[in-house]
Ligand binder design. Structure first.
Ligand code: NI
Length: 192
């Protein structure tokens, strides 16, 4: 196991389009996935795409911790999960703004339009199908990671750049809003 170096925005690898994994059960893929789990936990983050650790293959890892799930029935809590050669499809047209961060854009977070509900399908390191229909945080993190596989970083999805800032400043603003009773809103994010 090893903690891998994460590419930061500006590194050209993050703009690459990833190629499919030929053999998801290959030992080197299992090793990569284990190292990605360790790297995600160390960061700590909610998700990590192989491209972010300089491997342009179509796979990502993620987790939905109980502290991050909205509690909605379809915002399923899951431990470390890998999805190899994923297909992500929106369920319905509805989008919402979701606060997110990215391990490749450290220190910042922003509100990004995402589909409320998606279905994802792929395989794991044993070649077994991984599929779920999810909403909330779970749906958001999957869309964020899947975007990485096509070289898309979250600022490229943004529609309102006023809703972006440094974590410390946004937390300070939220605390101040809470004190004065002005409308705040959810601004927490787990980078992925
Ligand atoms: Ni990311």
């Amino acid at each position: 196991m090893a903690i891998l170096k994460i590419a930061r925005m500006g590194h050209p690898v993050l703009l690459e389009k990833c190629r499919p994994v030929d053999d998801p059960t290959a030992p080197e893929i299992r090793r990569l996935v284990q190292d990605m789990f360790e790297t995600m936990e160390d960061a700590p983050g909610a998700g990590l795409a192989a491209l972010q650790v300089h491997v342009p293959l179509r796979l990502f890892v993620f987790r939905v911790l109980p502290t991050r799930s909205s509690g909605a029935p379809d915002d399923t809590v899951v431990g470390n999960t890998v999805v190899i050669n994923p297909v992500v499809e929106p369920l319905g047209e509805e989008k919402h703004l979701r606060w997110e961060g990215c391990l490749s854009i450290p220190g910042l977070r922003a509100a990004v339009p995402r589909f409320r509900r998606v279905r994802y399908t792929g395989v794991d390191c044993d070649g077994r199908t991984v599929t779920a229909e999810v909403g909330g945080f779970h749906a958001g993190v999957v869309q964020h990671e899947n975007d990485h596989l096509d070289g898309i970083l979250y600022p490229m999805r943004m529609t309102d750049f006023r809703l972006m800032g440094f974590n410390e400043e946004l937390s300070r603003a939220a605390e101040s809003e809470a004190r004065t009773g002005t409308a705040g809103g959810e601004r927490a994010a787990s980078p992925s």
